[in-house]
Design a protein around this ligand. Sequence first.
Ligand code: BGC
Length: 740
Amino acid sequence: MKLADRSLALPRARTALFTALSLLCIAPAFAAQTALSPDQRATKLEKRMSLKDMRHLLQSYNTMVAQQPPGGIGTAGYVSALPKWGIPAQQQNDAGIGVHNYPLDAGPGKQPNHVRGEAGNTTPLPSLIGIAATWNPQIAYDGGRMIGDEAFRQGINVLLAGGINLTREPRDGRTFEYLGEDPLLASRIDGAEIRGIQSQHVLSTIKHYALNDQETNRTTVSSNIDERAMRESDLLAFEMAIEDGHPGSVMCGYNKVNGIWDCSNHHLLVDILKGDWKYPGWVMTDWGADHGPLDAMAGTDQVSGIDLTTGLSIGSMSSSFGAPLTQAIAKGEVTHARVEDMVHRILRSMYAVGLFDHPPVTKPLDVEGDASVSQHAAEQAIVLLKNQSHALPLKSDIKTVAIIGGHADAGVLSGGGSAQVWPIGGPAIPAVKGPDWQWKVYDPSSPMKALQKLLPNAKVTYDDGSDPAKASALAKTSDVAIVFATQWTCEGADVPNLALPDKQDALIDAVTVANAHTVVVLESGGPVTMPWLSKVSAVVEAWYPGARGGDAIANVLTGKVNPSGRLPVTFPKDEQQLPRPQITSAQEVDYNIDGAAVGYKWYDKKNLKPLFPFGFGLSYSRFDYSDLHINTDGDHVTVSFKVSNTGDLEGMDTPQVYVGMPADSGEAPRRLAGFQKVSLQPGQSRTVSVTIDPRLLAIFDVPGHRWQIAAGSYPIKVGHSSRDFVLNGDAEVAAATLAP
Ligand code: BGC
């Protein structure tokens, strides 16, 4: 499997040479036809190409192996240029949370040894779940723009970004790479991130289509779910994000849906994506997710990750779109028209995003500016979960602070796998190898050092937390104890449960016995359980906070930044509350248990009280809502209300609008229908207005093949979270149907 070979990948090298070559490759005849639409340009070009040249575009070569395709510089895939047609190369690079990279000395034939001091060359944002926790599409856009720019400056023109698989399974090792459990929130954030990336003329994917919601058996498991349920949940997230972000490519996932591989799934790819949603771009496979030449007829346009030496797709060890495709075309199993369509889709997206007209230009990164973008995102991502008796912000006259665990003296944790970004300046402490090809890397941004700067009169002392007795002794003699608790997660492996690993619960317990003023800062991939919650005075969820995560955490702890993150996922009390108390290790996972009721909808449906509900997050200020107005115009419902900062501090709030189904319909549970992040001075008020996407009032009518809105009175609630409502009203809605 290719995954074992990742660490041999080529870093950004020969970039200048590549850029020069790609510039030369732009033949004038196709470079300046901007009066034509991307589709017209693609048609004009594709109609002149030979079958051989067209087939060239249908496979990418794997760049994460020792045997590099010459000219490939991205960390994932490469399609070389076709100079005679002026078609630029595709340099494909992962970008879960930043431009994925490997340490700089890991060139071809060189084994990286991943010791301290080996630096990456790009800037990590906070994990995507943190970006979702900002509830701020502008932050997502700015982050996307930043990583798009970093790619562009290094000769990369395709980013494998835009992960939007819903958190059906919080133990999923990739929860940190995705955007939580709600289709509206996830799609608004994803769409904005993709727009940001593509604003830099770097094409973005959206991935992993679809229902690739756990890593256990990820290349074999079937996600089984009814059509209606998937349309109202996981697929709705993709649908709305694609409408918003217009990603050039959709990556089909490793798994099966209802027994059919994602990349062989005609229903998902042709009927829904390209049919109902009229998606004009191309479908590329995940690395090794192809299953033969007939995937072409099922809607796959490009097979990713072909090994240069064997000609086989890594992982699946087939060569679906190599010789087998040629044979399938000769036999008429794959039609010529389909091959033209595949090529057309690739070219039109390359034109639409500007790959022809704006080839990457190599220049140094704006390292400082990019780190500020990351820090700003982290500051809005951090969620204050508990703050008893105003334990936070730390008082400026505090004398002694104990910092315990989590390598907080050195840095902040990041997630592993293809989303890994090796930090500029090298990891904070020597990187540790994960279960397979992943690495556990700390970004060199120390929360402790940042706190020391902000609290110059306090004595700040570190204990690594390995001995609870020693840590408690330090806590006992300190005004406050801050425990940094970490949960490392990575692609390729799920966590067995939601408990903090390495006896950290016991450490926290011991510290709380020694000091009643104990603050816990979590750096986790997603939800964790907190058996010690009642004993601590404050809890801060910092996710994996990225390049300047330490500064962001310290700013929130000291009140320099007023926390404004809200949970994009429910934190359960324990695994028994989950739809599947055990992670499914069988070859079929039954998503009909929760159906469309993903996340908070499940807790509402089952009347469960979670540890922290979806949408929850505290501030150092207070916000109130009033003056609710609901306007119904046809099938559009607009909800407006006043938000007021009734506290003493400037801050940001995210009022949330939820809609229920009509009382007699017995239909789906309440849905998030709108939100807006607002910044308010103390005493200031502002009117917020959100228009509800009609699909959030509808059910998917499978036999009728349409969205259907029933006539009736729809309860509207405005509140601080999915469980804390301040304003209530009703929207009288007429019956309507919408195209699927
Ligand atoms: C991951 C994708 C990634 C690809 C290329 C796969 O293992 O699932 O998210 O884009 O590798 O690295």
